[in-house]
Design a protein around this ligand. Structure first.
Ligand code: ADP
Length: 190
């Protein structure tokens, strides 16, 4: 199996690229943000719980997120592999993912990160907010809070994967096609 963590700050383009790459490599794409939004739309218990965190730009608690992720993986028992998008976002999520995959005789082949500067990202997110209908994209304070969460809890995961020789940074600025090609060059080696 090819199991890849597609990584990067909010608005880096993970969702766009994952959609293209899952076709190319026949992988299952799991976006924790999309799963939460689906649950919010359908007013499930999980959705009601996640909503209050997401609306503020805070991370949803680890235990809730980890259980949800495991359930999504288990729904796809015959997958060739996974693109994890938006997960892990904390060190405890990364550790839980490693244990979970090890139990299945699997592992993360690599963390592939889209590298984009924060100023460019805030502008991109505000632009996306005009059409995405995402309440967390319309308010600059909430966007800044998402970066704060990213910088304090998520960015350290670079070190976590780098320590295992598993971190691959890719320039996330350019056309969608150019970036897909850059990512594919790394995916091919994993
Ligand atoms: P983006 O990367 O554009 O900020 P996502 O769609 O990946 O957006 O996530 C939106 C929100 O969903 C996050 O701000 C957070 O509240 C919640 N979320 C998504 N993934 C996780 C996760 N792994 N752990 C905790 N919260 C998460």
């Amino acid at each position: 199996m090819k199991n890849i963590v597609l990584f990067g700050p909010p608005g880096a383009g993970k969702g766009t690229q994952a959609t293209l790459l899952k076709e190319k490599y026949q992988l299952v794409h799991i976006s924790t943000g999309d799963v939460f939004r689906y649950n919010i739309k359908n007013e499930t218990d999980l959705g009601l719980l996640a909503k209050k965190y997401m609306d503020e730009g805070d991370l949803v608690p680890d235990e809730v997120t980890i259980n949800m992720l495991k359930a999504e993986v288990n729904k796809n028992a015959d997958a060739n592999g996974f693109i994890f998008d938006g997960f892990p976002r904390t060190e405890s999520q990364a550790k839980a993912l490693d244990i979970f995959l090890t139990e299945k005789g699997e592992q993360i082949n690599g963390m592939v990160a889209l590298e984009v500067s924060e100023d460019l990202l805030v502008a991109r997110l505000l632009e996306r907010g005009k059409t995405s209908g995402r309440t967390d994209d319309t308010d600059e304070n909430k966007i800044r809070n998402r970066f704060n969460e990213y910088n304090t809890k998520t960015a350290i995961l670079k070190d976590y994967y780098q320590a295992h020789g598993n971190y691959f940074g890719v320039n996330g600025v350019g056309s969608i096609d150019d970036i897909t090609n850059r990512l594919a060059e790394v995916f091919d080696t994993l």
